[in-house]
Design a protein around this ligand. Structure first.
Ligand code: SAH
Length: 286
C-alpha cells in the first residue's frame, strides 16, 4: 500500500491543516496499525470512524473489517480522501458529516448488528461525542479512541481526584475503560501541544445498575454543578430540580449513610447509582 506522508498529501490537495477542526494527522503507519489492532476486529464488523482525516487509520481498518463508514466533516478533505487515498478500497464509504449528528442507532438497527467505533478524536468534540455515544450504547460493540491526555485523565479519574467529574462518573458507569498507550506530539502533523492517550471502551460497565439512566445523569450533573459545595448545599438546595424536597434528599442521604457534608467529588460511581435509585423511589408514590 502506498504510504504518502500527510504533509505531501496536504500540499497535493492544496490544504492546510485546520486547527479549528482539530486536524493533527498521524505520521507513522506503525502507530496507526497499533491503534486499529486495539479494536480487535475479526473481519466481519462494520466500523464507524470518526474524523478520518487523510485516512491514516482508515486504510488499516479497510483491511481488517467488512465495511467502514468514515465520517469526515471537512468536505475538501473528504473529497481528497476519496480520490487520493481510498480509491482502491471499495469497502470504505466516506461521508461528509458532523459525527455529532450521525445516527449510530439507526445504522446499527438497519444492519442488524452493533458497530465498532474508532477515532483519533478532534479535541473540540470529545466530550459531546462521548455523551452522545453512551446515549446510543446499544448500537456499539467496542470503541477505541485517541484523546488528549488531559481528557483521558478526566475519563479515568476516581473519587477524590481533581480530575474526577461528570465525564468520569458517566463514562465509568456506562463503559469499561482501558488505558492502552500514549503518543507524544511528534507522532502528528502538525504536532499538537500535548500528549495523546489511546483508550478502549466497552459498553456496559460492571457497576450496580441504575433504574433510570437519564435520572442518574441528572443527579450526577446537579451534584457536580458546584463541585466545591457540600451535597447539602447542592442537592438539597436544588431538590426541586430532581422533583424532590430538601427534607426528602436529606433523609435519603441519611438512609444511604452518605454524610450531607461530603462533596460530589468524594462519591464513588456506585454511590451515585445508589443515590439516584433511592431518590427516584422516594419521589414515586407507593
Ligand atoms: N484520523 C486521522 C485524522 C485525525 S484529526 C488521523 O489519525 O490522522 C481529526 C479529524 O476529525 C480531522 O480530519 C477533522 O477534520 C475531523 N473532524 C473534526 N470535527 C469533526 C466532526 N464534528 N465530525 C467529523 N469529523 C470531524
Amino acid at each position: 500500500m502506498p504510504c504518502i506522508s500527510p504533509k505531501v498529501l496536504c500540499r497535493r490537495l492544496g490544504l492546510r491543516p485546520k486547527k479549528s477542526l482539530g486536524q493533527h494527522f498521524l505520521l507513522h503507519p506503525d502507530q496507526a496499525r497499533r491503534i486499529v489492532a486495539a479494536l480487535e476486529l475479526g473481519g466481519s464488523e462494520t466500523v464507524v470512524e470518526i474524523g478520518a482525516g487523510l485516512g491514516a487509520l482508515t486504510v488499516f481498518l479497510a483491511q481488517a473489517a467488512a465495511q467502514i463508514i468514515a465520517l469526515e466533516m471537512d468536505a475538501q478533505l473528504a473529497q481528497g480522501l476519496r480520490s487520493e487515498v481510498l480509491a482502491t478500497f471499495p469497502n470504505v464509504k466516506v461521508i461528509t458529516q458532523d459525527a455529532l449528528n450521525f445516527d449510530f442507532l439507526g445504522l446499527s438497527r438497519s444492519l442488524g448488528h452493533p458497530l465498532a467505533v474508532i477515532g483519533n478524536l478532534p479535541y473540540q468534540i470529545t466530550s459531546p461525542l462521548l455523551f452522545k455515544l453512551i446515549g446510543e450504547k446499544p448500537a456499539i460493540s467496542t470503541m477505541v479512541f485517541m484523546v488528549q491526555q488531559e481528557v483521558g485523565q478526566r475519563l479515568l479519574a476516581g473519587p477524590g481526584s481533581k480530575d474526577y467529574g461528570i465525564l468520569s462518573v458517566l463514562l465509568q458507569y456506562h463503559t469499561r475503560m482501558e488505558r492502552l498507550f500514549t503518543l507524544g506530539p511528534n507522532n502528528f502533523y502538525p504536532p499538537p501541544q500535548v500528549d495523546s492517550l489511546v483508550l478502549r471502551l466497552q459498553p456496559d460497565g460492571t457497576t450496580l445498575p441504575a433504574e433510570d439512566q437519564s435520572f442518574l445523569t441528572r443527579v450526577v450533573k446537579l451534584t457536580f454543578s458546584q463541585r466545591r459545595k457540600t451535597l447539602k448545599n447542592t442537592l438539597a438546595a436544588q431538590a426541586a430540580e430532581l422533583g424532590s424536597t430538601p427534607e426528602q434528599i436529606l433523609n435519603t442521604l441519611e438512609q444511604l449513610a452518605i454524610d450531607p457534608q461530603r462533596r460530589a467529588e468524594t462519591l464513588s460511581v456506585d454511590d451515585f447509582v445508589r443515590l439516584s435509585n433511592a431518590l427516584q423511589q422516594a419521589r414515586e408514590p407507593g
